[in-house]
Design a protein around this ligand. Sequence first.
Ligand code: A3P
Length: 315
Amino acid sequence: MAVEVRIPNGPLYIDMDGFRLSRNFTLEMYRSGLKYQPRPDDMFVVTFPKCGTTWTQHIGYLIFHKGVPPPSALDFLKSSPFLEMLGADAIKAMKRPGLIKTHLPYDTMPQHAQAKYLYVCRNPKDACVSFFHHTRAFAGYEFSDGRFEDFFEVFMEGKNEYEDYFEHVLSWYSHRNDPNVLFIHYEDMKNDPKKAVLEIAEFLDKDHHKLLVENEEMLKNVIEHSDIKSMKVAAVENFEKFFANPLEEDNVPAGLRAFHEAAKRQPNAGFIRKGIVGDWKQHFNADMNKRMEEKILAKLSQTDLIDIWKKYGIM
Ligand code: A3P
């Protein structure tokens, strides 16, 4: 069942079978994605929204394509399809090897003991700010004039799309030591991209990791082409062209066609924006910061996440 939910002064969402999503999704594809039966060689990039998914997808693409960036958004999206937006058929038809994108919490994530799950965690202050900009940018939320103070309340109560940030992170954090899970941090990736690329490659595929270790030029290309500066030019251009032009290929999965149709009015709605640690300082007032820190302490004091965020001046 799909039910529209309008938050007072906030965005328009759609609850699909009781889970909060938005007009960017369809019930049919969401259900199909949840029922997907993973293969042993599947590799997923899992995040709470706005925590570095697109960046990590590009890193994965570049690792598997030996440092050569995607020639088009269609090629990228076919190699790195979005599970719950595009449905199971898009995953079955994907170009391999590639990373499957998902924002599902652990409990609803299709599991396979041999499949790999790369979880990227970003601090909730920057995630909240990034989600605010995303929600203003896509017309379907009807929040284009929305105020940050209103979105902050939605986020604090976990009433946003994909629901509560803290529950999401904790659901995956408790599996961080599973042999098929790698739990990494957006802030660490920003701090040392080379280390992050090698760690991701080693987790995903030993052969491609070896290639990068033995080929400095290839490693340099992976890092450079996934840098925010390069992605702001090349990836943005790819997405803009993709949405501006009609889809000509016949073998485009139905979910991808629907996404193309839905998103073409907002071609690059904020997937590649500032890409920094600390943009929250431009948005949070002292009271918001106090309340967010209290929430972080209440929810995450049993984890080592606070130590990591302290290291980067977030707390
Ligand atoms: P900001 O809105 O804070 O700039 P997602 O892909 O999960 O939607 O995440 C989007 C966030 O990742 C945005 O954050 C975006 O700018 C940032 N991002 C995209 N590409 C990046 C890159 N190459 N390096 C760092 N951050 C990047």
